[in-house]
Design a protein. Structure first.
Lengths: 519, 159
C-alpha cells in the first residue's frame, strides 16, 4: 500500500492541509486505490505547505504546495508512483533547503508520525534514555554540561550547570518544569517540537528527571496552542502505557509522572519565576531572585525549568554523546540552533544550523529575501524584546557572544524580517505598548515606564520638544534596563533603542506643520 | 455582579471544582475547565471556588483578571483572534485589524450585534512563517487578508 504523507502541523493546517488530506483520501476511495495516509509533522518549508509526500522505491517524493483543488490532477499524473507534475519537487531529501541544514533536535520532525511511539523508536527514539538509565546522576549531568548546551529559551544559561544545582539540592520532592509558553513573535520551534515530535520532549524531560531525582514534571503550555495540547496529551498516554512514564520507567527504579498544564495568555509567564507562580495557581507575578528556582522553585522545591528546545535536545546528546553535539557550533555557542524565519520573508520556515551562520545567509540563501520583493530594511531577532538590526549588521554570525557585542540577542532564534515600508518609530512605540499590556505590574520601571514610553514616542513623532524628549526616552530606557525585575521591562529598551539608534530618521516629526515646534 | 448564571451552569462549575480541587496548583486548571464548558468564568462562581481552594474571593478575582485568556462575561458563539505581534505587522496586520473591525462593526473585546463573533487581539499564534495569522475558535489560519477573513466569518455563521 502506498504511503502518502500530509502534515498535521498547525501552520500546514492553517494553509489547508486538513482539506488536502481529506481530498486525497476521498479521491483514492473513489478510484478504488488503497493508500495509507500518514499525518506527519512539517518539514518546516512553510512557504510550500501543504507539503505532500509519497513514498516510492527511490525515497519520499515531494509535491508542494498541494491544495485540495490540485488533488484530482495529481492522481491523473500518477503521483502515487512519483509521477511528474508541475508540483513535483523531486526527492524530499534532495531539496537544497533541507540538505544544507544540520538537523539534530529536529532530526525526526516532518519524517515520522508524531503520535506513533513505534515510529519514534524506529527513528532512534528513547536511545538517549536507555543510555541515561545505565549512568549515574552525576554522569548524566556531566554529559549535558560537556555538550555545551545552553538554555534555548533565550537566556542561554548552561543547562548542565542548572541541573547540577538541582541534583545537589537535597529535597524529598523535586520537579522538572518545561517552559512551553512560547510567546515571542517570530518563533514557532517549540510548537513544532510539541506537535511534530512530542516524544522527544517527553524523553528529554524523563532524562532530566532521572538525572536530578525528580518524580513529577509539568509542561506549561501556552493556551494559544490547542493542537500541541492534544498531541502532547496523546503522546503522554502512549508513553505511560508503554512504561516510558509512570512508576519504574523502563523497568528501572525511577518514577516520573508528567502532566500538561495550560497557561492563560500572559506573556510574562514565559519568565521562569512568573511561570512557577502561575503553575501554583497564582497571578503570574515575577519573583525576586535569589532564591533560584533550582533551589526553591515550584511549591518551594528544587526545580529544573528548561525551555522546550533545551529539553528536546537532551535525548540526542545522551544518544550520541557530549562530544558529538559540542563538535557543532562556534565559540561558546555549541551545537545547533533551530532558527525560525518569519515576518516579511519569501521562504519562511524552520532552519536548524550549527551556530555561526550569518543573518545574511539566513535571510537570503534560506529566506530568499522579502515576501514583498522589496529590500529588507530591518530584522528583529529574538522576539519582542530583541533588538532591531539594520542591513549593516546582517553579517553578524548567529552566536550568543557575537550578538552580545552588537547589543542584540539571539533569544529563542526567531528572525522577523521587515521590508522598507516599515516605520521604526511605530515599532518602538509598539514595544512599549506590548510591555504595558503584558507587564505583571510588580516593579515600577516596567509597569509605569512602559506607558510613559508610549507617550514619549508619540511626543517625539509629533515633534513636541523633539530633542529634549529623545533624551528623556534614553533616560527612561536606562531606568528600565537597570531597574526592572525581569527581562520584560529590562529588555524592552532593546527594540526601542536599537530602532532609535539605527533608524533615527524614522523618529523625525511626522507632520510637516509640527516640524516648526522642534526645539 | 452584572452576569446572572443559570443553576445548571453553577452545577457544572461545582462539578469542575470537585474534580480539580485536589490537584496541586488547582486554580488555573479549574478556571480553564469552567470557561471551556460554559464559555466564561462567572463572578458568581468565586465564592464556591474560594471556599474549595481556601483562597479569598479577592485572590480568585485577582487570578481571573490577571490572565488575558479568562473572561468574566459570556462571549459570542465564535471567538476571532487577530495576531497583533511583530511578524504579522511586517505583513500588514494593522490594515487587516482595521478592516475586520470595520466589517464587524466592533472593536477588540466586543461582540457583534448578532452575538456571533467576539473579536480579540492575540500576541503570536506561532504561525509566523505565514503571517498575518488569525485564529477562529481553535483553528489557526495563515496568509490572511480581509476577503479570506470575511469568508471565514461567513463559514462559521452559516455552518
Amino acid at each position: 500500500m502506498v504511503k502518502v504523507y500530509v502534515p498535521r502541523d498547525s501552520t500546514a493546517l492553517s494553509l489547508g492541509a486538513g482539506q488536502t488530506a481529506k481530498a486525497i483520501q476521498a479521491e483514492a476511495d473513489k478510484r478504488g486505490i488503497q493508500i495509507e495516509l500518514v499525518r506527519n509533522g512539517s518539514r518546516g518549508l512553510f512557504w510550500l505547505e501543504p507539503f505532500v509526500e509519497v513514498e516510492t522505491e527511490q525515497g519520499r517524493v515531494a509535491y508542494a504546495p498541494v491544495e485540495s483543488k490540485d488533488v484530482v490532477d495529481l492522481f491523473d499524473a500518477d503521483f502515487l508512483q512519483g509521477g511528474s507534475h508541475a508540483l513535483n519537487l523531486g526527492l524530499t531529501e534532495e531539496i537544497e533547503w533541507l540538505k544544507k541544514q544540520q538537523r539534530l533536535t529536529f532530526a525526526r520532525v516532518g519524517i515520522i508520525d508524531p503520535v506513533s511511539l513505534e515510529d519514534y523508536i524506529a527513528h532512534d527514539g528513547y536511545n538517549g534514555l536507555k543510555n541515561a538509565l545505565k549512568m549515574t546522576s552525576a554522569e548524566i549531568v556531566k554529559t549535558v554540561t560537556d555538550s555545551g548546551l545552553r538554555g534555548r529559551g533565550g537566556a542561554a544559561f548552561p543547562t548542565g550547570i542548572k541541573w547540577n544545582t538541582v541534583l545537589n539540592a537535597p529535597a524529598e520532592q523535586k520537579y522538572i518544569v518545561c517552559n512551553a509558553d512560547e510567546g515571542d513573535s517570530g518563533t514557532y520551534s517549540d510548537r513544532m517540537i510539541m506537535e511534530d515530535d512530542p516524544f522527544v520532549l517527553i524523553e528529554g524531560m524523563t532524562i532530566a528527571a532521572v538525572a536530578v531525582g525528580a518524580t513529577q514534571g509539568y509542561i506549561y503550555l501556552r493556551s494559544e496552542y490547542p493542537h500541541a495540547l492534544k498531541t502532547l496529551n496523546e503522546a503522554i498516554v502512549k508513553a505511560e502505557a508503554a512504561g516510558y512514564l509512570g512508576d519504574k520507567i523502563c523497568g528501572s527504579s525511577h518514577t516520573f509522572k508528567l502532566e500538561v498544564r495550560r497557561a492563560a495568555g500572559a506573556y510574562v509567564c514565559g519568565e521562569e519565576t512568573s511561570l512557577l507562580e502561575s503553575l501554583e495557581g497564582k497571578r503570574g507575578l515575577v519573583r525576586f531572585k535569589p532564591p533560584l528556582p533550582a533551589i526553591e522553585g515550584l511549591f518551594g522545591k528544587p526545580t529544573v525549568v528548561n525551555n522546550v528546545i533545551s529539553l528536546a535536545t537532551v535525548p540526542i546528546i545522551l544518544d550520541k554523546g557530549a562530544q558529538f553535539y559540542a563538535d557543532y557550533g562556534m565559540g561558546r555557542s555549541r551545537g545547533t540552533l533551530p532558527i525560525q524565519l518569519a515576518g516579511n520573508i519569501k521562504q519562511g520556515g524552520l532552519v536548524e544550523l550549527a551556530f555561526g551562520a550569518t543573518l545574511r545567509e539566513l535571510l537570503y540563501e534560506f529566506g530568499g529575501g522579502s515576501a514583498t520583493g522589496k529590500p529588507i530594511r530591518a530584522v528583529q531577532v529574538g522576539g519582542p524584546l530583541g533588538a532591531f538590526l539594520p542591513e549593516s549588521q546582517f553579517d553578524t554570525p548567529l552566536d550568543y557572544e557575537e550578538f552580545g557585542k552588537i547589543w542584540a540577542v539571539l533569544g529563542h532564534g526567531g528572525i522577523v524580517a521587515f521590508d522598507d515600508t516599515v516605520d521604526m518609530s511605530k515599532m518602538a512605540r509598539y514595544a512599549f505598548e506590548f510591555c504595558a499590556i503584558e507587564s505583571c505590574g510588580k516593579c515600577t520601571p516596567c509597569r509605569i515606564g512602559s506607558t510613559r514610553g508610549v507617550e514619549l514616542v508619540d511626543k517625539i513623532t509629533s515633534g513636541k520638544e523633539h530633542i529634549k524628549n529623545i533624551q528623556v526616552l534614553r533616560d527612561l530606557s536606562d531606568t528600565m534596563l537597570n531597574g526592572s525585575l525581569c527581562a520584560l521591562g529590562g529588555m524592552t529598551p532593546y527594540p526601542v533603542l536599537s530602532a532609535l539608534n539605527h533608524f533615527a530618521e524614522d523618529f523625525k516629526p511626522k507632520d510637516v506643520n509640527a516640524k516648526k515646534a522642534v526645539v | 455582579m452584572v452576569t446572572t448564571i443559570s443553576s445548571s451552569q453553577l452545577e457544572k462549575i461545582k462539578t469542575h471544582i470537585a474534580s480539580n480541587q485536589h490537584m496541586h496548583g488547582a486554580l488555573l486548571p479549574l478556571l480553564h475547565a469552567s470557561q471551556d464548558d460554559i464559555g466564561y468564568v462567572p463572578e458568581e462562581s468565586y465564592p464556591f471556588i474560594s471556599k474549595a481552594l481556601a483562597l479569598s474571593i479577592a485572590e480568585v478575582h485577582g487570578v481571573v483578571t490577571f490572565y488575558h485568556h479568562f473572561r468574566t462575561h459570556p462571549a459570542g458563539k465564535h471567538i476571532l483572534q487577530i495576531c497583533r505581534a511583530e511578524s504579522c505587522q511586517a505583513m500588514g496586520s494593522e490594515k487587516l485589524e482595521a478592516d475586520v473591525k470595520a466589517q464587524l462593526g466592533v472593536d477588540y473585546h466586543q461582540t457583534t450585534a448578532d452575538g456571533e463573533i467576539t473579536l480579540l487581539p492575540v500576541y503570536c499564534l506561532g504561525n509566523c512563517a505565514c503571517s498575518p495569522a488569525v485564529m477562529m475558535d481553535e483553528e489557526v489560519y495563515g496568509r490572511m487578508n480581509q476577503q479570506k477573513v470575511a469568508e471565514l466569518i461567513s463559514e462559521v455563521k452559516h455552518g
